[in-house]
Design a binder for this molecule. Structure first.
Ligand SMILES: Cc1ncc(COP(=O)(O)O)c(C=O)c1O
Length: 311
């Protein structure tokens, strides 16, 4: 049986900024679960892969951008657990392949490039039926692993971790946040940091993910989800946008605490938390930051930075 490290460590962060306001700071190192299938990815994929097994389907088809952490993790999980994988990639093929897609092809993923207008149809039955006509019976996992099976897996992230008052995490689709809210008791609170500009729409998405989950009959650790809120000020211009300040922050944090951060997701949340600590935003207590992985994405960003520098 291939191994995924299911009890990732919780690491204490020594920070004078946190000490000053009576906050004990910890990081849940989901990034250490497996070299490729790590972070929130394992949790989002777990029940999707089990559902493919139950349905006797040997091929997984999913969607993502050219630097997608989800594509990277799906191909690696397919390789570990014996599934063929097909990746529908937004946009045109660019050669040479970037590190994410290079890895995907090396591990046997079949890539299908898709123009942006067609890609926008990815949630429609029509496009999904067309893909099934073309590739036969496949299990389709939505972009980012964002479905109820994904939420179900994320209800397991905080197992045996009820000693924290506040839990902070970054949000793309907020599937991870919904799963965590469904697993915490009502005295704990969750703060999500959307990486998209204009992420206000996520609040309704989270409500609907939680309500759909609670009426789906899938097992929910709690009946009433823990309170959550979103902080919209740390997207740095939007998805995959970054500036020198963010890069410097991530590099300094890594040096000081020996925790690598990515610039698309976790780096923005860690920056936001340290900034809010300085503003006295948090009550004294135990604060847990969830490191949701995504480090492979830094290779793509380093490539972009190098191109910028030499053009
Ligand atoms: C590294 C990383 N962290 C966080 C997220 C956001 O997760 P979610 O879409 O569940 O909000 C993603 C995207 O899936 C991701 O790749």
């Amino acid at each position: 049986m291939p191994s995924i490290f299911l009890s990732p460590p919780t690491q204490k962060i020594n920070s004078q900024i946190a000490d000053r306001v009576g906050v004990e700071l910890y990081v849940l190192r989901l990034d250490l679960m497996h070299p490729q299938v790590n972070g929130n990815k394992w949790f989002k994929l777990k029940y999707n892969l089990l559902s493919a097994k139950e349905k006797n389907l040997s091929t997984i088809l999913t969607f993502g951008g050219a630097y997608s952490n989800h594509i990277f993790a799906t191909v690696a999980a397919g390789d570990l657990f014996g599934f063929r994988t097909i990746g529908v990639i937004r946009g045109e093929e660019t050669l040479p392949l970037n590190p994410t897609l290079g890895f995907a092809v090396e591990k046997g993923m079949h890539l299908v490039y898709c123009d942006r207008a067609t890609y926008r149809q990815r949630h429609t039955t029509q496009l999904q039926e067309d893909l099934k006509q073309r590739f036969g019976e496949v299990l389709i996992i939505p972009e980012g692993g964002s479905n109820l099976n994904g939420v179900r897996g994320c209800t397991e992230i905080m197992q045996n971790l009820d000693a924290f008052d506040t839990i902070c995490l970054t949000c793309g689709t907020a599937t991870t946040l919904a799963g965590i809210a469904l697993s915490l008791h009502s005295k704990q609170r969750i703060i999500g940091f959307p990486v998209l500009k204009g992420g206000e729409f996520l609040a309704a998405e989270i409500e609907s993910l939680i309500n759909n989950y609670l009426t789906s009959g899938l097992p929910a650790p709690v009946d009433n989800p823990a309170p959550w809120q979103l902080v919209y000020d740390y997207h740095f211009g939007g998805y995959a946008k970054f500036n020198q300040e963010l890069i410097m922050f991530c590099q300094k944090f890594t040096q000081e605490h020996n925790i690598p951060l990515d610039y698309v997701y976790t780096g923005k949340m860690f920056y936001g938390v340290m900034n809010l600590l300085q503003q006295g935003f948090f009550q004294p207590g135990r604060l847990l930051l969830i490191h949701t992985g995504g480090l492979q994405g830094n290779l793509g960003i380093q490539e972009k930075l190098l191109k910028k520098r030499f053009n």
